[in-house]
Design a protein around this ligand. Structure first.
Ligand code: NAD
Length: 492
């Protein structure tokens, strides 16, 4: 199948260079995706701009009705979409279903916003004067998304954007365009007006750059790596764009000496090796109290040997492939660095080369121990199934180690002591903190994002997402029939 851009409500046949979309579990070609140019971005932005005025004039509860329809369609197609998602991205089928569910949740949550989109009313300091603030749409929104959550992240961004009265040009990752195609088909099926969401496939350097530079695109909402996010922010800054960045993580689970170890082992396995470690919130560090270290290591290694690796379509498989060959090589490179810097490999560490794994991109779930907090593998985002165990002597030290990385997305503490838990939730410098649960499991109605190198102060999800896609407008209505000067006539 040759994919096409979705512009102004139509799938457009264009004579563009194309690249193959590969199933990372089997190496099979699933489709071809076009590499669009600046011209297609221009066309898409024109269509979004044209549609926006009319779209913004539709009452928000009416705009929201499209989101309810989209939510029902996603629900109806959940299994179908999950199967494609697993083939395209590699995550195991149960997780793929969970990802589609996230889109369904977001559709219904943001549809509800159509009847809220609250502003404020407040008393005026002057008599016979009314004061209020309302949210206004920003206009055309540019959305740039990664491959690891190809449908969920698109819904986190496009649904709040459209319910607030904006129109969208979306550039998905070329690794996972099928999910974008399927979501585009749903927009078409529910009759979303032409131009409200446009999809332009292509590379970040061409399509992403053209979107950021386009004078009619007012906001860029980006999710991806820290390295790319920096480029997006720099270019966006030059054009005075509002840029929302959701970037990488180096997330840790703290296991204290009073932790329920069974619970901690389960949480660590799920957080470190779920999605084959390719989540921004994946746990890649375990910070363990010295009294628990040996037993935790033994249990983790034993439990890991029971995790089945393979094609995520098989319901027994718990760990799927990584996204592509470059990812395999990057992970292997970090494993070599870990060994060279003196970390001790407990298990794993190799690319799996035996058939049928060699058809796809499989890496052994890997655990290093005796890792020091400043080692490269404890500092940089590897984005694969590699976990580092770091020993500490106290809660204070654990918090310090957690906070010693340049990222600040997610953290977790296993302890039974309420005092320790409350101290940790206050002092862990991350946008998300879990207590007696792993580092993954965010729900869509709370803000999602992080501190330091993970973000630039914005959030996806929840009410916070609306702040990215709206401008505040403060309105004063003076019905006194005379000139009343704020701050001056208040003394009269
Ligand atoms: P990436 O940075 O390589 O690409 C992300 C998107 O940016 C893609 O669509 C890509 O084509 C585009 N892009 C690349 N260069 C660009 C440029 N110069 N200008 C504009 N756009 C450009 O990231 P990835 O490999 O697709 O995804 C993995 C990364 O995403 C990891 O670092 C992960 O932690 C992060 N992530 C973060 C969150 C979060 O919410 N914080 C969620 C999921 C993934």
């Amino acid at each position: 199948m040759d994919l096409k851009n979705y512009i102004n409500g139509r799938w457009i046949e264009q004579d563009l260079e194309k690249v193959a979309v590969i199933n990372p579990a089997t190496g099979e070609e699933l489709a071809k995706v076009p590499l669009s140019t600046k011209n297609e971005v221009e066309e898409a932005v024109r269509s979004a701009k044209q549609a926006q005025k009319e779209w913004a004039l539709i009452p928000a509860p009416k705009r929201a009705e499209y989101l309810y329809e989209i939510g029902y369609k996603l629900k109806e197609k959940k299994e179908y979409l999950a199967q494609i998602l697993t083939k395209e991205m590699g995550k195991v089928i149960e997780e793929a279903r969970g990802e589609v569910q996230e889109g369904i949740d977001m559709a219904f949550y943001m549809a509800g916003e159509g009847r809220r989109l609250f502003g404020e009313t407040t008393p005026s300091e002057l008599p016979n004067k009314f004061a209020m603030s309302v949210r206004s749409p920003v206009g055309v929104v540019g959305i740039i998304t990664p491959w690891n959550f190809p449908i969920a992240i698109a819904t986190w961004k496009s649904f709040p954007a459209i319910v607030a009265g904006n129109t969208v040009v979306w550039k998905p990752s070329t690794e996972t365009p099928l999910m974008a195609y399927e979501l585009g088909k749903i927009f078409e099926e529910v009759g979303l007006p032409e131009g409200v969401v446009n999809i332009v496939f292509g590379s970040g350097s061409t399509v992403g750059t053209a979107l950021i530079e386009h004078p009619d695109v007012k906001v860029i909402s980006f999710t991806g790596s820290n390295e790319t996010g920096r480029k997006v922010a720099e270019l966006g800054g030059r054009h005075l764009k509002k840029v929302s960045l959701e970037m990488g993580g180096k997330n840790a689970i703290i296991v204290m000496d009073d932790a329920d170890l069974n619970l901690a082992v389960e949480g660590i396995l799920w957080s470190a090796f779920g999605t084959t470690g390719q989540r921004c919130t994946a746990c890649s560090r375990v910070i363990v109290h010295k009294n628990m270290k040996n037993e935790l290591e033994e249990r983790l290694v034993a439990a890991l040997s029971n995790l089945t690796i393979g094609n995520g379509l098989d319901p027994d498989v718990k760990v799927g492939p990584v996204i592509n060959r470059a990812a395999l090589e990057k992970i292997y490179h970090y494993v070599k660095i870990g060994k060279n810097e003196g970390a001790r490999l407990l298990t794993g560490g190799e690319i799996i080369t035996t058939p049928p794994y060699n058809q796809g991109f499989f890496f052994e779930p890997t655990i290093f121990t005796d890792v020091k907090p400043d080692m490269t593998i404890a500092q940089e985002e590897i984005f694969g199934p590699v976990l580092s165990i770091i020993e500490v002597n106290s809660l204070d030290e654990a918090i310090e180690v957690n906070n010693s990385v340049k990222f600040g997305l997610s953290s977790s503490i296993y302890s039974q002591d309420v005092n320790r838990i409350f101290k940790a939730q206050r002092d862990l410098d991350t946008g998300i903190v879990y207590v007696n649960a792993g580092t993954i499991g965010a729900e869509i109605h709370l803000p999602f994002g992080g501190t330091k190198g993970t973000g630039n102060g914005h959030r996806d999800s929840g009410q916070a997402a609306l702040d990215v896609f709206t401008e505040w407008k403060s309105i004063y209505v003076d019905y006194s029939g005379k000139l009343q000067r704020a701050q001056i006539d208040t003394d009269k």
